[in-house]
Write a protein that binds this ligand. Structure first.
Ligand code: TNX
Length: 492
């Protein structure tokens, strides 16, 4: 079945298929990401304004998500109302950890092995319903069975160059979840700022937290705020993946603790420019830098339950670079987690379970693949959303692709072309993105393309079908308050 039309897949049990098969709708449902298997049967189910929900044990987050959905649409919950929606826990290996089945016939039933699966079934139901409350609701009759193509469906937000307040991160998490994205990578440190409280090194935020790129916002997250964000993300089935960028991109840390730099006399204060690649921890002072790295990462690991911890590793040249990366990934391992490094880190002697994040489409990653590494795909000509929605969009970079990264380009990443990938992640660097509105404009609607690349099967991609479906979801983005770029390909 292709995204253009999935009207004639094999019938699912539980669905009444009395209608002639040729009557099946070919119009794709307005769903992004598009599910694996969709059967649409002519007819509708009317959802009443008062419903009863039956939820299985273990619907810890799916049921609250469903309740929020109903609240948004002014649908009341009542124990005495007809039982129109049910969440069911099943044991069906084919649905995996994140998959679900959504059947709409005489009522709505969502079944899954896990709370995550139920939660995603609720997200699909959300997209099938209108954005705004109305008198009553007509749902299409469908049988959807859906599992993701990739485990890693991510977005990176650079909160270091310019800070993003926790309220923004919370909305970002909600919006990502709506599109079944499940990894939010926070780039927490860079030359222009240090954004996470580290109890053992308070100057990192006192000094490093007070700077930002010129025109950008400074600030930092306290440990209490991080804990709250982690819980909020978890309720939306999103893992927050922290990055402490090492050993380069560290001016904010060097300005806070001068002894980490080789030149600790003239090694300078806070930085607010746009250069990259000029700062580094002093790799010839191992007795100073490694205890610091370990202590910082130990606090990060305390805060973030993510199995993977990103240690950066981009854009510096130093004879001791490979040794540093090898030691840093082993520190993460010793602390009980697994490291991620940007692709350059592949020159080090890393355990093969270290994930590499590919950003340069042309980087020779083959040797690392041969050693068994897996990739997070963020090739900049497709996935760098600090590049324009169109060529020469103001306040965007174009160093990686002079035509920018229009939606069609973002959607056209061939996720099967790079070898072993755990998934995809688009990146929003923030040197030139200083407000929530600007971030929304760079992220949306392109992040919906990331979502479909991550969730839908590789052979089912179809840009024209995608634009039709996403075009119809504009109201949902509006209802979430997203200040998206009005992409002409979507008819917006
Ligand atoms: C490259 S590619 C960077 C960032 C910049 C970005 C701007 C990579 C891992 N690092 O430091 O913010 O370009 O587009």
């Amino acid at each position: 079945c292709t995204l253009a039309g999935c009207g004639s897949t094999s019938p699912e049990k539980n669905v009444e298929t009395e209608q002639a098969p040729q009557a099946a709708q070919t119009q794709p449902l307005s769903l992004v990401p598009y599910p694996n298997s969709v059967e649409v049967i002519p007819g509708t189910l009317t959802l009443h304004n008062t419903v009863h929900v039956e939820a299985a044990d273990g619907s810890e987050t799916a049921q609250p998500a469903l309740n929020t959905l109903l609240e948004q649409l002014d649908i009341e919950l009542s124990d005495t109302a007809p039982s129109q929606i049910e969440l069911i826990r099943v044991q069906e290996p084919a649905l995996g950890d994140e998959g679900y089945r959504l059947i709409i016939d005489s009522h709505v039933s969502i079944s899954a092995n896990t709370d995550t699966g139920l939660f995603y079934g609720v997200q699909t139901l959300r997209q099938l319903l209108p954005a705004q409350a109305s008198k009553d609701y007509q749902l299409p009759l469908v049988a959807i069975t859906d599992t993701p193509a990739f485990a890693w469906r991510g977005n990176m937000l650079d909160v270091a160059r310019s800070f993003y307040p926790t309220e923004y991160l919370k909305s970002h998490i909600e919006r990502m979840a709506r599109f079944k994205l499940n990894r939010l990578h926070l780039h927490l440190s860079d030359d222009q700022g240090w954004r996470v409280e580290i109890k053992q090194y308070p100057k990192l935020t006192e000094i490093g937290g007070a700077s930002a790129v010129e025109g950008g916002r400074s600030g930092f997250y306290t440990q209490a705020e991080i804990r709250e964000l982690v819980a909020y993300a978890r309720a939306h089935h999103i893992t927050l993946v922290p990055e402490i960028d090492l050993p380069g991109h560290t001016q904010a840390a060097l300005a806070s603790y001068n002894e980490l730099a080789c030149d600790d006399v003239t090694n300078l204060g806070p930085y607010s420019g746009l250069e990259v690649g000029f700062s580094k921890l002093c790799l010839t002072k191992p007795e100073v830098i490694y205890p610091w790295v370990e202590n910082v990462l130990a606090e990060i690991i305390e805060l973030f339950p993510s199995e993977y911890i990103h240690i950066g590793g981009d854009e510096i040249k130093d004879p001791l670079y490979a040794e540093f990366i090898g030691r840093a990934t082993k520190i993460v391992d010793k602390l009980g987690r697994t490291a991620i490094a940007w692709e350059e880190g592949s020159v080090a002697d890393n355990d093969p379970d270290v994930l590499l994040q590919l950003w340069n489409d042309e980087y020779d990653i083959q040797p690392a693949l041969e050693r068994g590494h897996q990739l997070i795909l963020s090739p900049c000509t497709y996935a760098y959303f600090d590049h324009g929605n169109y060529a020469e969009q103001p306040n965007t970079y174009d160093w990686c692709r002079k035509e920018g990264v229009p939606l069609e380009r973002a959607y056209s990443l061939d996720t099967s072309a790079f070898g072993a990938a755990v998934g995809v992640e688009s990146a929003l660097w923030s040197e030139l993105v200083h407000t929530n509105a600007a971030a929304d404009n760079r992220l949306w609607p392109r992040l919906a393309a990331t979502a479909e690349l991550g969730w839908s099967q590789v052979d089912s991609r179809d840009y024209s079908a995608f634009t039709k479906r996403l075009g119809q979801l504009r109201g949902q983005l509006d209802a979430m308050g997203i200040q998206y770029y009005p992409e002409p390909d979507l008819g917006w």
